[in-house]
Ligand binder design. Structure first.
Ligand code: AHR
Length: 490
């Protein structure tokens, strides 16, 4: 059995945790909206057709921010189709997912859902088939108080007060050849900068996210980031990152290294942002928005060209294993580790489509395995993230070199409670010795682990057997497990 050590010291602060790191994503795609968050006639639906059983799970998950309406969907979306009397809304082809979009659910319905979910909206504008004008119209509709065409139209739709949407994404994945209205880095950089400039004239309080690469294996990764930043640095607040980790090739060890791969991806993008800042002599450091991340069995998806204009078809409704949940926990730890630069993130997606929550039409809603590490991290992560450097042996996998046997991070709350998150990537138990002498008189409040020694048992379990002696906490990490250990000084 291997042994690893680490030190937890409240003096080693990475940064203050921005709770928008616990964001999620609702796209008009598959059954995410229709039959997911919205299903009029369902026994649990409220008068607006919002599924209250789903809302309950969303609140339990601890989601703070929700990105909407896409994703690929937004790149050919006309937002005006989704406002005003429902009977006048047109049915359209959704080119991204070759589906039929009824537009029964749109902007104002989403804002009502956010209020019920206690989540902050993050809206994306269409920079695929549209541009500056449509983005400005949408912002004016949402945020301008009154007395103009779009703000008065909003009022005529029964929404007197402005929505005051703070977070906006400037398009989505426009580097991708699959994107409707895809662009070169120069084309997108210019358009995004001009859109940002105009949007900030309408409402200077908004925060804008510039689209980074669709993932780090795109051929233009790196140069896309530097080019678009050179165009738009002064006008935007965040650069986005997207990445999905795919377990389908059966290379479990590489899959278990996903957290390490995410660390390296983030650090590469931080370096690129800082390179552009240095080159342009900008004192402000760009923040990152990791606004699409998750585990996705991508190779099972046949591709949208095989879809045939159905309404709300079942699309990529992956069923997750416990190993997937361990990796999701590890990905969250990677985000926390970079809390000084990654200040916003959205797990993609929230309901039915590669999601922690699954629903049946007319039937129940349930939490998948990946629900648990998200909910526990969102609930227990404290105000400040602490730097933790495990002393652990490393190994190479087929896709990733120098993978430490364990990954770890910690947070501290205002009341001094420490949450230590640890993932064990080994296929055998690992003994952890944590030096916590910097937290005198430490007592363990709980050790919760998510692991798979019984495939039917997918819920996190309360663990016993830890000891605390002379300021050293010793415990056993189950094979391939995600662990949360909470302690404080009494
Ligand atoms: O989340 C599913 C899709 O993945 C999104 O629409 C797109 O942005 C990404 O490629």
């Amino acid at each position: 059995m291997s042994e690893v050590t680490l030190t937890v010291d409240p003096a080693f602060v990475v940064g203050t945790l921005d709770r928008r790191l616990f964001g999620s994503f609702v796209e008009h795609m598959g059954r995410s909206v229709y039959g997911g968050i919205y299903e009029p006639g369902h026994p649990a639906a409220d008068p607006a057709g919002l599924r209250t059983d789903v809302l309950e799970l969303v609140r339990e998950l601890g989601v703070t921010t929700v990105r909407y309406p896409g994703g690929n969907f937004v790149s050919s979306y006309r937002w005006e189709d989704g406002v005003g009397p429902v009977q006048h809304r047109p049915q359209r082809l959704d080119l991204a997912w070759r589906s039929l979009e009824s537009n029964e659910f749109g902007l104002n319905e989403f804002m009502g859902w956010c209020a019920a979910a206690d989540a902050q909206p993050m809206l994306a504008v269409n920079l695929g088939t549209r541009g500056v004008e449509a983005a400005c119209d949408l912002l004016e509709y949402c945020n301008h108080p009154s007395g103009t065409y779009w703000s008065d139209l909003r009022a005529s739709h029964g929404v007197e007060k402005p929505h005051n949407v703070r977070l906006w994404c400037l398009g989505n994945e426009l580097d991708g050849p699959w994107q409707i209205g895809g662009k070169t880095a120069d084309e997108y950089g210019r358009l995004a900068a001009e859109t940002a400039k105009a949007m900030k004239l309408i409402d200077p309080q908004i925060e804008l996210v510039l689209s980074g690469s669709s993932n780090s294996s795109m051929p233009t990764f790196g140069s896309w980031e530097s080019t678009v930043l050179e165009h738009a640095y002064d006008h935007v607040d965040y650069l986005s990152l997207h990445c999905y980790y795919d377990p389908s090739d059966g290379d479990v060890d590489s899959f278990l290294a996903s957290g390490v791969q995410m660390d390296r991806f983030i650090e590469g993008v931080v370096a690129t942002c800082d390179y552009v800042a240095a080159k342009l002599r900008k004192p402000r450091r760009m923040q990152l928005s990791f606004d699409e991340w998750n585990v996705w069995y991508q190779s099972r998806f046949p591709g949208s060209e095989h879809l045939d204009w159905a309404r709300a078809p079942r699309l990529i409704e992956d069923e997750y294993s416990v190993t997937d949940a361990v990796v999701v926990g590890d990905l969250l730890m990677s985000l926390l580790r970079h809390a000084d630069r990654v200040t916003m993130a959205c797990q993609a997606q929230l309901v039915n489509v590669i999601a922690p929550i699954l629903t049946e039409r007319g039937g129940p809603a349930r939490a998948q395995t990946i629900f648990h590490p998200f909910a526990l991290t969102a609930r227990h992560a404290g105000q400040k993230v602490l730097r933790v450097e495990p002393n652990a042996p490393t190994h190479d996998t087929q896709r990733c070199a120098d993978v430490p046997l364990i990954g770890a991070t910690a947070t501290i709350d205002d009341d001094g409670t420490i949450a230590l998150f640890v993932v064990n990537r080994a296929h055998e138990p690992t003994v952890l010795r944590a030096d916590v002498r910097a937290v005198p008189g430490s007592t363990v409040l709980s050790h919760i682990a998510l692991y798979d020694d019984d495939s039917r048992q997918v819920r996190p379990r309360e663990m016993t057997g830890h000891t605390m002696a002379d300021g050293v906490l010793t415990l056993s990490l189950p094979p391939v497990s995600w662990n949360l250990i909470r302690f404080n000084s009494v």
